[in-house]
Design a binder for this molecule. Sequence first.
Ligand code: ZN
Length: 194
Amino acid sequence: MSKTKRALIVVDVQNDFCPGGSLAVARGDEVVAPLNKLMLEFFDRNEPVYKTRDWHPAKTNHFAAYGGTWPVHCVQETHGAEFHPDLLDDPRVTIISKGIDERADGYSGFDGTNLAQLLHDEGVDEVWVGGLATDYCVKHTVLDALRAGFKVKALADAMRPVNINSQDGEHAIAEMRAAGAEIVGDQKKAAGAG
Ligand SMILES: [Zn+2]
């Protein structure tokens, strides 16, 4: 039996999604500590770690001002687009920039990126996914990873929701599970109720 090769995908732990940011997720910064711990474990086992980042142009259909849903956030080369200052910074991490296409939302780390190819090149069969936010970029990244044929562990302790509607986080968890993801950790936290 061959050993499972894992990769960790840290989704959008950026200033604008954390308290004080322009699209702050309540307690979004609480994902930093568990994700830092996991990154170190993955490095110790020589398993690959990816960080995605929302990396929008100043003008994009994703923003409310141009017909989209959201306030301006994570514009390329701004402070808000930088990773949270406490998130482990390490040269072994591969950064995946997404949301660059001004016509697309770019929620998923696989959308318009080479992430699936990089994972296949590394021989990865299982991805662990956490970050911000449960009900948007984490969910879409998880669903795309499943569609691309990877096994997925969704790290409930290490994600928090936007919760425009109070049940969105909970529904996102249910949707990820129904699609085949294994939900590990405290689901109340992932749904914003913990
Ligand atoms: Zn965005």
